[in-house]
Design a binder for this molecule. Structure first.
Ligand code: NAI
Length: 327
């Protein structure tokens, strides 16, 4: 069987693809670029196509179909970049390749610790051999209340991880999970805002929770509250966040995601003037740690998505039960 792989990254994926090609006995066509009508000919003779988040349009699906493709797997959790209706029409089944929640959960715990221990300031000082102590006193997690918004795969794992630190934990979700209750108490959102010293976000972005952290909700929070966001940028109103950091209402923030990051993150913009003022301001604060939406990015995650995307192709072609098939 043959699989055409698009967006194959040289620096971290290629070696894994070559290894699993041998282990699973699959013939691979590796292409570094995103799929286009111009390079769709690479799928000729392949039963399966392996992609990431580039848009998969009706035209592309038609081209894949004409080349004999029957299965499309995406090395991501989400699959809303694929025209599923067109895929169905052309008889192409779709699968995803989710990775575990631990990478993002670890990263969240790290951002919480970095924020309460003022790690950005400490690192900046050591870089210039400023070994003074004034202004870098931290707080201990065991003395704090952590509020977790969203107790799905990642939020739940964060709660389990934090349970070893001895902090009090409160949680909010539309749906309560029994296993969370041994570590955290579910409370109404208003109570979470009012009582948490650290608030960490783990929900998808929906119409309902767009700017869930805004001027109004911030006003109800404790002075010096720490905000951590490894979920989606638009859960936080950046302008309101900036004002609250300037006033001292928010004591620190750890942001792996920001509003309007699309097109910025994952590219080298060293020499560019960027059009995201909020990001520039947030990056400049000594108490805000910003990273470029890479909480997921671990060796385990990359290997899992490469391996499982190929395994799902194999199961599909062999007509076996395929746990990764989603449409
Ligand atoms: P999940 O689907 O397992 O859990 C999401 C939880 O949020 C569910 O329990 C759901 O009931 C809850 N929820 C949805 N809307 C809500 C609302 N309005 N108020 C309260 N709770 C609500 O999702 P998972 O895998 O835990 O991911 C959480 C977030 O992390 C998502 O936004 C995802 O996009 C993001 N993420 C970020 C990554 C990164 O690298 N920074 C990597 C992977 C995911």
């Amino acid at each position: 069987m043959k699989v055409t792989v698009y967006n194959c990254r040289e620096f971290d994926e290629k070696e894994l693809f070559l290894r699993y090609e041998k282990e699973l006995g699959i013939e691979l066509v590796l292409c570094a670029d995103a799929p286009t009508l111009e390079n769709a000919h690479l799928t000729k003779g392949s039963e399966c196509v392996d992609i990431i988040t580039s848009k998969i349009t009706r035209e592309l699906l038609e081209a894949f179909h004409n080349n004999g493709v029957k299965y499309l797997t995406t090395r991501t959790i989400g699959y809303d970049h694929i025209d599923l209706e067109a895929a169905k029409e052309f008889g192409i089944k779709v699968g995803n390749a989710p990775y575990g929640p631990n990478g993002v959960a670890d990263y969240t715990v790290m951002l919480i610790l970095m924020s309460i221990r003022k790690m950005k300031r400490i690192m900046e000082r050591t870089n210039i051999q400023d070994y003074t102590l004034a202004g870098i006193q931290g707080r201990e997690l065991k003395d704090l209340t952590v509020g977790v918004i969203g107790t799905g795969r990642i939020g739940r794992t964060v709660i389990q991880d934090l349970s070893g630190f001895g902090c009090k934990m409160i949680a909010y979700d539309l749906y309560e999970q029994e296993e969370v209750k041994q570590y955290a108490e579910y409370v109404p959102l208003a109570q979470l805002f009012a009582q948490a010293d650290v608030i960490t976000l783990h929900t998808p972005l929906t119409e309902q929770n767009y700017h869930i952290i805004d001027a109004k909700s911030i006003a109800t929070m404790k002075d010096g509250v720490v905000i951590v966001n490894t979920a989606r940028g638009a859960l936080i109103d950046s302008e309101a966040l900036i004002s609250a950091i300037e006033s001292g209402k928010i004591g620190a923030a750890g942001l792996d995601v920001v509003e309007n990051e699309f097109g910025l993150y994952y590219y080298d913009h060293k020499s560019d003037i960027l059009n995201n003022r909020e990001l520039a301001i947030l990056r400049g604060f000594p108490n805000v740690t910003v990273s470029h939406h890479m909480a997921f990015y671990t060796d385990n995650c990359v290997e899992t998505v490469v391996r499982d995307s190929l395994l799902s192709c194999k199961l599909f072609v062999e007509g076996q039960e395929n746990p990764w098939e989603v449409a």
